[in-house]
Design a protein around this ligand. Structure first.
Ligand code: 3HC
Ligand code: NAI
Length: 698
């Protein structure tokens, strides 16, 4: 036995208490300890039953993810599960907090299960690019049937105790100390003369149309393979004897363990948690936040106000005119009624938020008591400076002044106030009450506790916050500008926007860049190109074909015409024939003979452009670590989670081959494809982006 399991006797019941904080992950020591404790209980004179409980905040959160990718160590989890299930003693699991993955699989190996009403169970392995690997796909269908099991396993969804009871996954739900209720349940079972009841001996669940289900799940996963593999594992539970089903599950699990997708998803899991872990924030207390001001109630301001209201802040929103204020109130109410419809808030809460927690005004004096203001007015430096001047005059000392600017210089905005240490960028993504990303843009003079408050606000709003430095577009929009340009260059050279969009959707992006541009509004890019025009390098290739469409007043979805044509009421468009004409005219004027592109080349060029700019962003310190870029692209730009992010993708593909491709492309366009110095250094040193993440964690 190891010290991870505390063994105690309560009359004729042996209690096995798992003690592996913070979440009782099933490390080798825990597995070893459980095995030894089962041996001990079985040899312990007078013991008739075993009760397994977890100490702390969870029963068991699953296999120890930090052991993945390393050589497996005995006792293996599926073997331990079989051993527990085969015990001649009555085995009961008492679950509280979460029982996930291997944690639920241990519970399914017990003969009976009791749960707290607040407990949640699930098999979230697909979120790690895996399937359950310790009998979850074999035992769950025998208890809950094929449909419900497939839903749980392919979605990775957590199920609350009441639903688990309905599904037959738990036998009793009872509130109280997990050990005390577990003991009471075990005593009842012993008194009734209950015998061990191995789930493996229950009849197999009947078959469904496996191939159709496999295809549907594969399609829904947009290239993610593990949910589809889970279908095959559940099929084995239905068609094969238990032991053979277990072997099939194990094979599929080990196969997936070797995939890039598993690496990418586990990178995402840990990076999501590491992203707010910054040395500069250690020991720095954030400022207290109760009331938030928002300036401008357009698309972003209304979304930011909605997010703040939903997280319990009072909000004061300032607009320029009474009509605009009314429109802003309408937008926020609309957002909140969406939350009401989805059952996220009650009618009473809706009334409180719209009537009491929200104040909309045209008078800046209404901001005198707020603790932090987010400015979301037009993207224009003069307008921003004027607004910050007013804020500086009315806001109380210590109030943080934040800008939601997409591209503008936060240092310059800060310098327009008498309190630059209190100024920060808080860059939300549209729609701000839905999108998970928040870039916390730290300007030269921003005080550490203001940065800490930015992160605290992000956490309160349920966002993934990434620290960014000041540059044109910060982390995300700067990288976006580069890979978008690579896509535009490919259009000039012969690929169509539609082929590019499709190739990237097939790669795993939620949408292709041209469909995204239509959704966001083509006017944004048009304005940016105009702003940048005077500063262009003569060697820069700047496609202008789309500007002609903008000049005619076509800005994408909102006007019904962009790269695609949109029928009223429809979100998906069809190719706009004008685009081919505009591109052909530009090609002719530039003397370009269009050439064919393969989908593979499209993805390669797009990704290389993304990685190269990202390496510059990290090299310049705009992003502290490669993982900050990965999380920005994952949570703000629809990057496929199973690749872990562009930097992880580059590590997987190999930085030397990425650099070789960039150097090859540079032979055609040396200005655009200047290799990032950091990329060259890493290749020369034989190191990876992940090595930089590890260095930063030391
Ligand atoms: N293994 C190792 N470490 C884990 C872990 C696990 N399974 N689950 C969580 N942790 C770590 C986290 O990395 C974090 O570490 P840190 O403090 O150093 O950053 C710490 O535990 C606390 O986690 P959170 O910050 O996420 O705490 P929350 O309370 O917000 O969430 C949780 C807790 C719901 C358990 C969440 O961490 C979670 O979803 N964990 C993953 C669960 C999972 O995927 N289990 C399946 C594993 S695969 C498996 O079991 C295979 C089997 O079928 C063979
Ligand atoms: P918008 O045009 O929808 O809204 C701007 C609002 O600000 C308007 O309602 C306007 O009446 C109001 N306003 C202008 N000057 C004001 C003033 N002096 N006082 C009070 N209100 C004033 O613009 P949108 O899209 O909401 O963008 C706002 C900011 O957010 C910009 O800086 C933009 O770059 C940034 N941003 C936009 C994103 C987007 O996807 N739209 C994403 C992230 C950031």
């Amino acid at each position: 036995m190891t010290d991870k399991i505390a063994y105690t006797r309560q009359d004729d019941i042996a209690v096995l208490r798992i003690q592996n904080p913070p979440v009782n992950a099933l490390s080798q020591a825990v597995r070893q300890g459980l095995w030894g404790a089962m041996d001990r209980a079985e040899a312990d004179e007078g013991v008739r039953a075993v009760l397994i409980v977890g100490e702390g905040r969870a029963f068991i959160a699953g296999a120890d993810i930090t052991e993945f990718g390393k050589p497996p160590m005995e006792p293996y989890l599926p073997v331990l599960c079989t051993r527990i299930e085969a015990s001649p003693l009555l085995v009961v699991a008492s679950m509280h907090g979460v029982s996930l993955g291997g944690g639920l699989e241990i519970a399914l190996s017990a003969h009976y299960r009791i749960a707290q009403p607040s407990a949640r169970v699930g098999l979230p392995e697909v979120h790690l690019g895996l399937i359950p690997g310790a009998g979850g796909t074999q035992r769950l269908p025998r208890l809950a049937g094929v449909e419900k099991s497939l839903d749980m396993i392919t979605s990775g969804r957590q199920v609350k105790a009441a639903e688990a009871l309905d599904m037959g996954v738990v036998d009793r739900v009872s509130e109280g100390d997990p050990e005390a209720v577990g003991l009471a349940f075990t005593r009842d079972l012993l008194a009734e003369g209950a015998k061990p009841r191995p789930v493996s001996e229950l009849p197999a669940a009947p078959a469904i149309d496996w191939d159709a289900t496999y295809d549907a799940v594969l399609k829904k996963g947009r290239g993610q393979i593990s949910p589809a593999k889970a279908v095959r594992a559940v099929q084995a539970a239905s068609e094969l004897p238990f032991a053979e089903g277990m072997a099939k599950e194990r094979n599929l699990f080990m196969e997936l363990m070797e995939t890039d997708q598993r690496q990418g998803m586990i990178h995402a899991f840990f990076s999501e948690r590491a992203v707010g872990n910054l040395p500069e924030l250690k020991g720095v207390a954030p400022r207290e936040l109760k009331a938030i001001g928002v300036i401008g109630g357009g698309t972003m301001g209304a979304g930011i106000a909605t997010a703040a209201l939903l997280s319990g802040f009072d909000v004061v929103l300032i607009e320029m005119k009474a009509e605009a204020a009314e429109a802003a109130h309408g937008r926020i109410s609309g957002n909140l009624s969406g939350a009401l419809k989805r059952g996220k808030i009650s009618q009473e809460k809706f009334d409180t938020l719209t009537q009491r927690a929200l104040t909309v005004s045209t008078d800046y004096d209404a901001l005198k008591d707020v603790d932090l203001v987010v400015e979301a007015v037009f993207e224009n430096m003069d307008v921003k400076k004027e607004v910050f001047g007013k804020l500086d005059a009315v806001c109380k000392p210590g109030c943080i002044l934040a800008s939601n600017t997409s591209y503008l210089d936060v240092d310059e905005i800060a310098a327009s106030t008498a309190r630059p240490a209190d100024v920060i960028g808080l860059h939300f993504f549209s729609p701000a009450h839905i999108m998970k990303l928040l870039e916390v843009v730290v300007a030269e003079k921003t005080a550490p506790d203001v940065v800490a408050t930015g992160f605290a606000l992000g956490k309160a709003l349920g966002k993934i916050s990434v620290r960014a430095g000041v540059c044109d577009g910060f982390i995300g929009n700067r990288i976006l500008a580069t890979y978008r340009t690579a896509a535009d260059h490919m259009v000039l050279d012969g690929a169509t926007p539609y082929q590019i969009d499709k190739a990237l959707v097939d790669f795993g992006f939620a949408m292709g860049p041209f469909a995204v541009a239509d959704l966001a509004g083509l006017d944004i890019g048009w304005m940016t190109r105009k702003r940048k025009a005077p500063h262009r390098h003569p060697a820069e290739r700047v496609p202008t074909y789309i500007d002609h469409l903008c000049e005619e007043g076509h800005f994408g979805q909102k006007t019904g015409e962009g790269y695609y044509l949109y029928e009223a009421g429809k979100r998906a468009g069809v190719p706009n024939p004008k685009i081919a004409e505009l591109v052909a005219a530009e090609q002719a004027s530039l003397g370009i003979t269009p050439r064919p592109f393969t989908d593979e080349e499209i993805v390669r060029r797009y990704m290389c452009a993304m990685v190269n700019e990202a390496a510059k962003v990290v090299g310049e310190g705009i992003a502290r670590r490669p993982l900050d870029v990965d999380m920005t692209l994952l949570f703000g730009y629809g990057f496929p989670r199973y690749w872990g992010g562009p930097m992880k993708w580059a590590d997987i593909v190999g930085l030397d081959t990425v650099l070789a491709d960039i150097e090859h492309y540079a032979s055609e366009d040396a200005w655009f494809w200047q290799p990032a110095p950091l990329l060259k250094t890493l290749v020369a040193e034989g190191r990876t982006f992940d090595d930089l993440n590890k260095d930063a964690a030391k």
